[in-house]
Design a protein around this ligand. Structure first.
Ligand SMILES: Nc1ncnc2c1ncn2[C@@H]1O[C@H](COP(=O)(O)OP(=O)(O)O)[C@@H](O)[C@H]1O
Ligand SMILES: [Mg+2]
Length: 315
């Protein structure tokens, strides 16, 4: 049995903003029986895309987060200790782990942060991919259902490093690199996930995007930061009943923990986010409390539409 590429792509198109090409390539690779390695920063829609593809195919999605504690035993499953003490190693005392569940159900196994997984665990995965069966000590052999696939994801700029992935694994998977989407698509994503006034959604997306290219930042915010910014600003607005600083406070709380200041830069994440927000919405009352805008970016410019709308939002 194969996976239905057309139904998968259609299901993705129904919920994913943009990314038609990527959805088709993923659907085709999975339908062709291939496992896939997705490479991209967090918040680029990888999980959302996978869920939609699995739903379109009518198969399950078993998601696991890769980390140093994901031992072969955790991935495969384990014998329940009290049952072992009482009855010894019996098949019905075995608790299957995510790999065995995905293999026996014919689900997609979605393994995030693949590069953080210990070497022994990667070897178990390799075996499962090339043989489509695994030997589980004191349990027996588990054969993969025909629709079982592995989709692994990793962030290429993870400080843990992606160099640990063995060539053997690269050689057994297809690879798809996923980057940030364009501004219009990100505005559409935020409007769907966390609706708000158009100026606010636009400003939140602009601020998240500026954080990705800011010279003082090593890591910027994904669209998730913009989604949170809009949600928090709206809730703060309700709470404070029109008192100022809503936008700046929302930007600080939504973005400052997501960005990473470059080594050697003597500014805090808050200072950089406040500067970005002041440039995006110069009329925000909170903007006066931050660093003076850099040369050529700030004063002297007429207030933008966003800033006039922001002022209206505050009063
Ligand atoms: N292309 C997209 N279409 C619809 N929603 C998206 C898209 N990209 C990101 N999102 C939204 O952004 C958030 C993060 O997406 P997610 O799939 O969890 O990212 P990742 O798994 O890459 O970290 C979710 O709320 C998701 O709905
Ligand atoms: Mg994810």
């Amino acid at each position: 049995m194969t996976l239905p590429a057309a139904a998968m792509a259609a299901a993705a198109a129904a919920v994913i903003v943009g990314r038609e090409g990527e959805a088709e390539v993923m659907a085709a690779a999975l339908a062709a029986g291939r496992s896939v390695l997705l490479e991209g920063p967090p918040g680029t829609g990888k999980t959302t895309l996978l869920r939609a593809l699995a739903a379109g195919a009518g198969v399950g999605l078993v998601a696991v987060e890769g980390n140093a504690e994901l031992t072969p035993g955790r991935l495969l499953g384990h014998h329940d200790p009290p049952r072992v003490l009482a009855d010894g190693y019996r098949p019905d005392g075995f608790v299957p782990g995510p790999l065995l569940r995905a293999m026996s159900e014919g689900a997609l196994l979605y393994l995030e942060e693949l590069n953080r997984v210990p070497e022994e665990t990667l070897n178990v995965l390799l075996g499962a991919l090339s043989e489509r069966r695994v030997q589980v000590p004191r349990f027996g052999e588990v054969v993969a259902s025909p629709t079982f696939r592995l989709v692994a994801a990793m962030n290429p700029s993870d400080p843990v490093g992606t160099g640990r992935i063995t060539p053997a694994l690269y050689d057994r998977t297809c690879r798809l690199a996923i980057g940030y989407q364009g501004e219009e698509e990100e505005v559409e994503i935020v409007s769907r996930v966390s609706p708000g006034p158009a100026w606010l959604v636009g400003a939140a997306v602009r601020a998240a995007r500026l954080s990705r290219s800011h010279p003082d930042l090593r890591v910027g915010s994904s669209v998730r930061g913009a989604i949170d910014l809009v949600a928090v600003a709206r809730a703060l607005q309700d709470l404070r009943g029109g008192d100022g600083r809503v936008g700046l406070d929302a930007a600080l709380t939504a973005l400052s923990g997501r960005v990473r200041v470059r080594e050697g830069v003597a500014r805090s994440a808050e200072e950089v986010v406040a500067e970005i927000w002041a440039n995006v919405v110069p009329g925000d009352p909170g903007g006066s409390a931050v660093d003076p805008p850099r040369k050529g970016q700030g004063p002297g410019r007429p207030p933008s539409v966003a800033s006039r709308a922001a002022a209206a939002f505050h009063h």
